[in-house]
Design a protein around this ligand. Structure first.
Ligand SMILES: O=C(O)CCC(=O)C(=O)O
Length: 312
């Protein structure tokens, strides 16, 4: 992408807080450098065969099921050591301007990782039979330990990213970057515009499909009519959303995996006048919960079968 296009992004980023208040998310108009995205993609692809060989056998899984601690973590994260390769995102003028506007100067990186949407043909039959229509199909539990430096999804129902942060204020955002073209068939993000307005609610969420999108209820008498937006785009597409904005993915129907970058960025402690404060003040519900989900049993395994986004 030409440098001039990225300068325009920086100017357009002044709309980011407005977009968050109005709709709960912001798409960076020019995205980030697609050539650098492509270079990174080649590097990531070369690290492994992104196919059925990622997975444990059924017998190996059943011998010692591990449902927690299976996501990337410090010391086991494919993006570790790739700072230079990630500069096209982290130092892009439009991204920096947007993050500074919403989170304030000195915003902090909480977490960054690769997310893989695993295509149907790569998921072993035994596993598909077990997980179909589970609300959260994070496949980390079923992946061989050496590959748990990436988060693998076979779809995830509409959720808030606050789900992983009980007792934490919604003072952070998620930045998602596509590093190759993502169409309707590549497990794109489905995002519910205007869903942030109810603030934090417990997963799974009360959603009813209608001709305008999804009617969303907070279980306390509050409701919002939301519009379903598919985040599709070319390499370098970048969007960020509020921690209370509902989004999800369907199982990947394409032949190939979808590899994306997922960042969490937070307001610096004590920062004053960040856009996120105005966004949170505009919400009609809480910005923190002491319990964020009720879909798991004590081991961390799914205890309910239900999924809205698969009906989208
Ligand atoms: O990339 C995906 O398939 C789902 C990612 C997602 O919703 C998340 O990371 O919160």
């Amino acid at each position: 992408m030409a440098a001039t296009a990225r300068k325009i992004d920086a100017a357009a980023a002044s709309t980011a807080t407005r977009d968050f208040i109005d709709h709960g998310y912001h798409v960076f108009p020019g995205g980030v450098d697609p050539v650098a995205a492509d270079r990174l993609l080649a590097k990531l692809k070369a690290t492994r065969d992104w196919d059925h060989s990622l997975f444990l056998t059924e017998a190996a899984f059943d011998a010692d099921p591990q449902y927690t601690g299976v996501n990337p973590k410090p010391g086991r994260n494919l993006l570790e050591g790739l700072d230079e390769d990630l500069a096209f995102v982290e130092q892009d003028p439009g991204i920096v301007a947007g993050l500074t506007e919403v989170l304030g100067p000195g915003y902090e990186l909480m977490n960054r990782k690769v997310v893989c949407g695993v295509p149907a043909r790569s998921v072993p039959a035994w596993l598909k039979a077990r997980i179909t229509d589970n609300p959260v199909n994070n496949l980390g539990a079923y992946v061989k330990p050496q590959y748990r430096d990436v988060t693998y999804f076979y779809g995830i129902d509409f959720h808030q990213d606050l789900i992983d942060f009980k007792d934490r204020e919604a003072d952070f955002i998620t930045l998602y970057v596509y590093i190759h073209p993502v169409t309707r068939h590549d497990a794109p993000l489905f995002l519910l515009e205007d869903s942030h307005v109810l603030g934090a609610t417990v997963f799974p969420h009360d959603l009813e499909k209608n001709d305008r999108g999804w009617l969303y209820r907070d279980g306390k008498g509050g409701w919002a009519q939301t519009t379903q937006k598919l985040l599709v785009g070319d390499a370098g597409y970048a969007a960020m959303w509020h921690a209370c904005t509902l989004h999800g993915t369907q199982p990947d129907a394409a032949d190939n995996e979808r590899l994306s970058l997922r960042y969490l960025y937070a307001k610096a402690p004590g920062a004053k006048g960040a856009g996120i404060d105005a966004v949170n003040a505009s919400l009609r519900g809480p910005t923190m919960l002491s319990s964020t989900r009720q879909d798991l049993d004590a081991r961390g395994a799914a205890r309910i079968k239900a999924n809205s986004v698969n009906k989208a």
